[in-house]
Each structure stands twice: as structure tokens, then as C-alpha cells.
Write a protein that binds this ligand. Sequence first.
Ligand code: URA
Length: 433
Amino acid sequence: MRMTDIIAAKRDGQILSEEQIRDMIERYVADEIPDYQMSAMMMAIYFQGMTDRELTVLTDAMAKSGDMVDLSEIQGIKVDKHSTGGVGDKTTLIAAPIAAACGVKVAKMSGKGLGFTGGTVDKLEAIPGFRTVLDRKEFFDVVNRTGLSVIGQSGNLAPADKKLYALRDVTATVESIPLIAASIMSKKLAAGSDCILLDVKTGSGAFMSGREDARALAEKMVRIGTLAGRKTIALITNMEEPLGNYIGNSLEVAEAVETLRGNGPEDLTELSVELAANMLYLAQKGELETCRQQAAAVLADGTALECLKAMAAAQGGDPESLSDTSLLPRAPYSREVKAKTEGFIAGLDAKMCGMASGLLGAGRETKDSVIDPGAGIILHKKTNDYVMAGEPIATLYTSKEELFPEAVNVLEKAVTLGKAPKGKKQMVYERIV
Ligand code: URA
């Protein structure tokens, strides 16, 4: 099969056969197809798109280019959760223990965060001693004993995606909804769970800022997952302002613990319970409303928090630091950002809050950057809160004092004041089944 013929077929809007797609991915991973030909193919897909069938074959071929994790040694229904990423998004640390406390198994592999804030693995690594590298046997054992385990992504998970993503990054083809869907879902299929819950964020702090694009991506991913034989649901959720009040790795662990104690902020609690309820629904624990009640019950009686603590202890984390979160790392320098005038907070731009947090050291610019686990931001005010002139809106934390001026400047620009409150924000816009 000549690659030029496959490129020409896609360029001319034809539907590629399963054989053509699988052959192309296999040979690309084996370095038998050069990057310049694959670049042309990515651009052809960018313009012509792919049918759901083509996309499912592409995703499956990408998944099978490396290890396909076999979770059959873990008893029960395994449910994975994926977020397209947002600022202050610590929902995995809350929803996964809730699901586990209700009897669902969560065996999750998470990538390291690239961007303003860390990923779930970076957040967990802020717990002193927590190990995110476990061998297969230990990973399965932790899930069987505690109901959940979160570890770093194995090096050989969907290598075709690694290679293609690096190519798309330098050929202006990242912003293709079918290619993003295949990229995300190839890793989810390879990770082996029976069911997949997708949290597709939309708003200023989201990768897909527009609602229509977020819906298109969610629909594609749900189609791919379903056609690949995994029960898949997507929620399209609000990322206009940061989720919860804490941004930054150890700060987010502390807020997740507070939420599991029942004292979390309303937006974070509401979304985490909704995500957990959908995980329960996927695992056939009942109708969605019953699942919401089950999720709320294990949050209220503390069993979900116990699940998080059990997983942390099983992975070497200091359990004391989850009982007393003041033991988690906190960067030594702090600075308050105060309101210059009074008014109601009309907006707290999530992207700018994320940038400010990244500038303080909480994020990672390249895959080799070192994260400052205790850096970040505590927001004292959120949208609709009233603030008086001189009152603190946020406290910033870092280990390098010289990082404050730029971060303060960005955070000040993130805040808009208005004359009246805007009304309750909607956390979940749509559910796509
Ligand atoms: N995240 C991914 O994993 N892949 C993409 O293509 C975009 C975001």
C-alpha cells in the first residue's frame, strides 16, 4: 500500500479502509513512513475530517501500537475518568474515592500536567512519600484492596499518539476535533477500563473554550468509546472561573480533603458528586438520581475520605498529611492581592488565574520542568461575592519571591468587578450518552 495513495484518498474526501488506516499507523510507529508524509495526512484529516468508523479504527490502531493494559485481575467493573483539563480541577481526587467507596473500581493512569497547573499525578506527588510509579502487580493489588489507585502513565501507552501529537504540535494540526478525540481516546482504550467518564471543560480556562467545539469533541469521543465496546459518557462542564478556591498542587490536595470532609466549596462539591454519580451509573449502580444519592451519602459519612487515605497509605503517602493538611508542603512566601475598589466579583478569568499560578511555579512549561508543589493561589472571593476596597481577593504562594510581581499583575487582570451579582453558575451544561 503506497502512502501517497492513502494521502491522496483522504485529500479527495474518500473514506479510508480499515486496512489502510491500520497499515499507516503500524508503519509510522515502525519509522517506515516519514514525518513529511504523515504531516500531509494529518492536514488532509484536518480539512476532510473522518467518519465515526474511520475514527474508531484509527483510535484502536493508535491504542494497540503499545501496551494494552489488561485489568481482568481486578474484580468488578472498572471505570476510568478523564478531564480535558482546567484550572483548579482536583475532581479526580474527590470523585474517584467517592466511586470507590460505592464499590466501583478505579484503576487510573494519569499523564503529568503540561501547562499552568499540574496533572492529577503531580497533585498526588505533593503528598509526602506518595509513589505514582507502581509495578502492575502492586497497582492491581492497591485497587483490589482500596478500590482505587492512580499512577503515572506507562511509557509504552499508545506510542503512536506520542509520535503523532509531537508532529501535530509543529504542523498546526493540533486543533482538529477528530484528531484530538482519537488522541485522548487511544490512551483511554489502552488503559483498559470497562467504562469511561469524560469531563469536557468549556470556558476561558479550558482547552476547548467554545461550547460548540466542546460538544463536538465530546460527541466524537463518546462515539469512539461506544463503538470500541466501552460504555462512555461525557459531561460538558463550566471552566469560566477556577474550580473551587485553591489552585496549585498541594493546595488542591488540601481542598480535595476538605471537600471529602463535607466542607468544600459549592461548585467543586456539586461537580465532583455529579462526576462520581455518572461513574456509578456507568458501573450499573442504579438510575442516575439513585447514584447521586449514593455519592452524596459516602461523602457525608466520611467513607470516601477513608478511601482516599487508604489509597495514599498503600502508595507510600503520609496518611497524617491527609488528616492534618497543614503538614502538606506550602511555599514559604505569600502575598495578598487586594481589591482596589468595592463591588461584586463579575468574573475571575480561569485562564489568567492558571497563568498566575504557573508563574508562581505550580505548572510545567516543558516535560522536564520541575514543579514547586507548594506554590499556587488561594482565592478568597469567587464570582458573585462582594468585596470591599482593600479586602484580599487572593493569596499567592511561591518558593521564589522574585516571581510575585508578574504573577500579581496577571492575577489582578483576571478579576472583573460589577455592580450586582450574576446569579448561580451552572456547573454541568450537557450530558452526552
Ligand atoms: N490532549 C490530548 O491528549 N491530545 C490532544 O490531541 C489534545 C489534548
